[in-house]
Design a protein around this ligand. Structure first.
Ligand SMILES: [Zn+2]
Length: 297
């Protein structure tokens, strides 16, 4: 079992019973999030799931996040190995803007475990102005890594694995990353800067968003437009039907639509060019009816 060119789905521990639905297709796999992530890995493995499984402790997110200089846990690595994770991920803290000390602390500590993936949750500046330094430092240490990029300005895809990403996961695969993970829901597709202002407040049932392939965007289900979807969950129906659907139904559409794009990416002769063309077309409106603006009847 290998992570090679996989597009993984990053989920919560509570999604454990839906694992096969969300990541049952070839080329997929799962990342369970949080400190019980390894327990979910064990359950899904015992239930016979044969795709790649990872556990991301995500100590780098939220208002109580730790700095990247924090000591990495050997128990966390051992728990993942014992649970049957494909490779163990470090329980890294956050690497702030210009925090070289934190970056080195994570990479240095990760060397003590053979094959462990050093998780690097970074301020957006690290993939823009400090991109060269980041890539050189990662190469110098030689450990496998996975980036988590904090919300910030758009950036050119980085050829390194990504955790907790949105469609940027496909971009990094197009640029040569070994694997990447897209979050199944909004909070798992972002690393919000702290202190984090919650916009729009708390919504009952959580904000469900559907992936619209032509726009390369996740759109809140209440704002979906006229377009239809040919995936085996939607059966050619208008995407709008997802507004009335259960969260699992919406997320199954998302997984299938993303899987379709992933397949096209893998078949593309020039992947970077393919990604560039796709993002240009999406920015130009995708050639399909746009979703109606919020507030229009
Ligand atoms: Zn669909």
């Amino acid at each position: 079992m290998d992570l090679h060119e996989r597009l993984l789905v990053q989920v919560s521990v509570r999604d454990v019973y839906d694992a096969a639905t969300l990541a049952g297709h070839p080329g997929s796999g799962l990342v369970f999030t949080g400190q019980a992530g390894h327990d979910a890995v064990r359950m899904v493995r015992r239930a016979g799931y044969d795709g790649p499984l990872l556990a991301d402790r995500r100590r780098y997110a939220g208002s109580a996040r730790v700095r990247g200089t924090a000591r990495l846990s050997a128990d966390w690595i051992a728990d993942q190995v014992e649970a049957g994770a494909t490779v163990p991920l470090t329980d890294s803290g956050y690497v702030g803007r210009g925090d070289h000390e934190a970056l080195h602390a994570i990479l240095e500590q990760a060397l003590q475990w053979d094959g462990a993936v050093a998780v690097l949750p970074v301020h957006a500046r690290w993939v823009i102005e400090d991109r060269g330094t980041l890539l050189r430092t990662v190469t110098d240490y030689g450990s496998p890594v996975a980036l988590v990029v904090e919300d910030g300005p758009p950036y050119r895809p980085v050829p390194l694995p990504l955790l907790s990403a949105g469609v940027a996961a496909l971009g990094s695969l197009a640029y040569g990353a070994r694997w990447a993970a897209i979050g199944v829901r909004e909070v798992l597709r972002h690393l919000y800067p702290e202190p984090h202002e919650v916009r729009g407040g708390w919504r009952r049932g959580g904000a469900r968003s559907a992936f619209v392939a032509e726009r390369l965007e996740f759109v809140p289900v209440e704002r979906l437009g006229e377009g239809t979807c040919g995936c085996s969950t939607c059966h050619g129906r208008p995407l709008r039907h997802l507004a009335e659907a259960e969260e699992l139904h919406v997320n199954t559409h998302n997984a299938k639509a993303l899987h379709g794009l992933h397949n096209r990416l893998m078949r593309a002769t020039h992947r970077e060019r393919w990604w560039h063309t796709l993002t240009q077309a999406a920015a130009a409106g995708g050639g399909t009816p746009r979703t109606t603006a919020p507030g229009t009847p």
